[in-house]
Design a protein around this ligand. Structure first.
Ligand code: C5P
Length: 205
């Protein structure tokens, strides 16, 4: 099978954990599109470049995504930078970077070169990048629930994390509309296992 399954949703909606577990159950790779946008944000920070300037410098770095069964590793010119991609600095910079049309074209081209099958998470995987995907899901949850889930992953207080989530929802809203044919799942009152079971149930149907 060379199926593509897309799992989109706002930040901290649980899409990454769900996509990893679904991929594991199906025995196919998991791909995070957000990591590529985070890598471009890291390039801006490393170069001290503005979001507009980085558009002209995308060719300067060799950017690679290598999937492992549990996660993805991102290499910039052969250096594994995965550990640096989830800082609050990258969180703050990434939405502006991801709004640049050339950056979106660049990331989408990297993604479309990856051979299926895989489960991929992001914002616009089902709506724009892989409209032909076999199964599409869109996860939502209230901002408060998402902030509670994210606090343990960030060295920051609940209020800081919540305001960062609200800011990013606003900044990302253009590319975050669900695909018209996506299955919408509100995960506010479901645990991880419940969401994974719901997704696998739709795929089996
Ligand atoms: O999924 P994650 O939170 O790691 O994504 C980081 C950022 O990358 C998002 O806030 C968004 O700005 C951008 N992004 C995007 N389109 C995607 C995936 C991520 O614009 N498909």
């Amino acid at each position: 099978m060379n199926k593509i399954i897309t799992i989109d949703g706002p930040s901290a909606s649980g899409k990454t954990s769900v996509a990893k577990l679904v991929a594991g159950r199906l025995g196919v790779p998991y791909i995070s599109s957000g990591l590529l946008y985070r890598a471009v944000a890291l390039m801006c920070l490393l170069e001290n470049a503005s979001t507009e300037e980085i558009e002209g410098r995308l060719g300067k770095y060799r950017l690679e995504l290598r999937p492992t069964p549990e996660s993805n590793h991102i290499y910039l010119d052969g250096r594994d930078v995965t550990e640096s991609l989830h800082s609050l600095e990258v969180d703050s910079a990434v939405s502006a970077v991801a709004q640049q049309p050339k950056v979106r074209g660049y990331v989408n081209a990297v993604l479309r070169r990856i051979p299926g099958p895989f489960v991929i998470d992001g914002r616009d995987m089902g709506s724009t990048v892989f409209p032909q995907a076999e199964h599409k899901f869109y996860l939502t949850a209230s901002p408060e629930v998402r902030a509670q889930r994210r606090v343990p992953e960030r060295d920051a207080a609940y209020d800081t994390v919540l305001s960062e989530i609200l800011r990013r929802d606003e900044a990302d809203k253009e590319q975050s509309a669900p695909a018209r044919d996506a299955v919408l799942l509100d995960t506010s009152h479901l645990d991880l296992d419940g969401v994974v079971r719901a997704v696998l149930g739709h795929i089996d149907r």
